[in-house]
Design a protein around this ligand. Sequence first.
Ligand code: SF4
Length: 390
Amino acid sequence: MPALPPARRAALRRRLLAWYDAGHRDLPWRVPQRGADPYRVWLAEVMLQQTQVQAVIPYYERFLRRYPTLGALAAAREEDVLALWAGLGYYARGRNLLAAARAAQARHGGLPASLDALRALPGFGPYTAGAVASIAFGIAAPVVDGNVARVLARLFLVEGEPAAGTVRSRLWALAGELVDPARPGDLNQALMELGATVCVKPAPRCGRCPVAARCAARAAGRERAIPPARGRPARRPLELACALVERAGAVLVVPRPAAGLFGGLLGPPSVELAGEDDPATALARTAREAHGLALAVGEEVARVERTLTHRALTLRGYRCTLRAGPPAAARWVARGEEGVALPTAFSALLATLFSTSRRVRCKNPHSRPGRLADKLARQRSSLTRGSSSV
Ligand code: SF4
């Protein structure tokens, strides 16, 4: 049963669209002369999931230069797509993007103008399908992401955690009633924009809100209490020992398993450390069993810490010597080499190794291996820290 009286619904649509028309952010995927290219709309929506607008823009533009059409993306190699994605995090999005491009090209010759057909593509959940359908094809389909959920919960005083089953259903139903049949894409983008720039958490800027006079949470003085703040679960520590085999200014990397951390990307052979594991023993064993690599594991020469969505990641790099030739799947990554599907955490580890090696060579080009190890050990102060996502 509809929850919105027609007069209220019409007033909300009118105010939201007028506010959006008067001055939404000028983002690359909204440049008017480009029109609503479904591929561009979709690419932007996928990149924007879990990632800030400013971080997405350079990736979006670089991606479009390399793959300007859906057909170009569908013909790409996964390794090349993931290399362009490196740094955006959540690499499953990059893999799903390629899988969906191939499926859409094969089944429809492009992205289909149908909500059901979009939903059938890999990685197309209700949000992505609704966004592409409404923005690119003018289909009256609702969208609810984190920003829209917050706006709707406040506007209609919906209590409870937005991700919880019944609350989630209620928010989707409200979004469905509110979507404007004449301008569904603009109405949806107005809600997204309002949530991103005005109806923010924890303190909304109600004085700048176009629908403040019709906001139930504001009328009740509860705009800061809705939706309830979610406690972030503690990040579990994850420690990886990584084998750093250096040769002529390059480091050996191998493909990572398709499932799990940084799945399908490249990285130095590594093992997750648990309990009382001796890193050198565990690393040598895993390199042998998983990659057919015979390694002599030396001492720790680099360390990188990263904050992932659910994990506190520590990479510990051990200088290793190859006792037998690398397997066919392995490759060498040179200092500063671009276009490699290497997660930023591993790139930072390799950069630390390269800079440590160079400093030692510059100080004493005649260092013998035994002394080199001592010097590297003394230079472990060059730890790097940062945050990233998977
Ligand atoms: Fe959000 Fe305030 Fe606008 Fe209500 S009045 S929708 S709480 S910004």
